[in-house]
Design a protein around this ligand. Structure first.
Ligand code: NI
Length: 167
């Protein structure tokens, strides 16, 4: 797959449940690099593999512009260990250009994952990092942020969603 663009709403790949990463090799590193370049080109803070047309369980988060202590991170085969609390905050998604929605999510998340070398890691995240991790994790299950709003709100957005939708 040579095309370097974010798959927009309507691409069937965005509704696929992703499969575990089993091979940690140079190709995987190259794919992670490709994901970063796609995300940076789109000024995003997170990107999941399906948005790059791939159905492996991996996503990236880069909040280094928002939080200088945080390096760009690759999460492979992530598992949500626990969540805590609730917050509502405006959220966007690169697969839905120009659409921002108030989404309720846990305030704290502990996620276990493998890094790009296959080593097991765990991180506790709060604030925007927690939100980004939970949003990207959803993508691996074929879940999109519009699934978190009520059916009534989704009906109200129908016209805008139709304009965004590809195919
Ligand atoms: Ni998204």
């Amino acid at each position: 797959m040579a095309d370097n663009h974010v798959r927009k709403y309507g691409y069937p790949v965005l509704r696929k449940k992703c499969r575990p990463v089993t091979v940690f090799d140079e190709k995987l590193k190259k794919f992670a690099e490709k994901m970063f370049s796609i995300m940076w080109a789109a000024n995003g803070i997170g990107l999941a593999a399906p948005q790059a047309g791939d159905t492996r369980r991996m996503f990236i988060v880069d909040l280094s512009k928002q939080d200088f202590d945080m390096k760009p991170m690759v999460f492979i085969n992530p598992e949500i260990e626990s969540t805590e609390g609730n917050t509502v905050f405006e959220e966007g998604c690169l697969s839905f250009p120009g659409l921002y929605l108030e989404i309720e999510r846990p305030a704290v998340v502990v996620v276990n994952y493998q890094d790009i070398d296959g080593n097991y890691q765990s991180v506790e995240a709060t604030g925007l990092a927690a939100r980004a991790i939970l949003h990207e994790y959803d993508h691996l299950e074929g879940v999109l942020f519009i699934d978190h709003i009520s059916a009534i709100d989704r009906d109200l957005l129908a016209g805008r969603l139709k304009k965004i939708k590809v195919g």
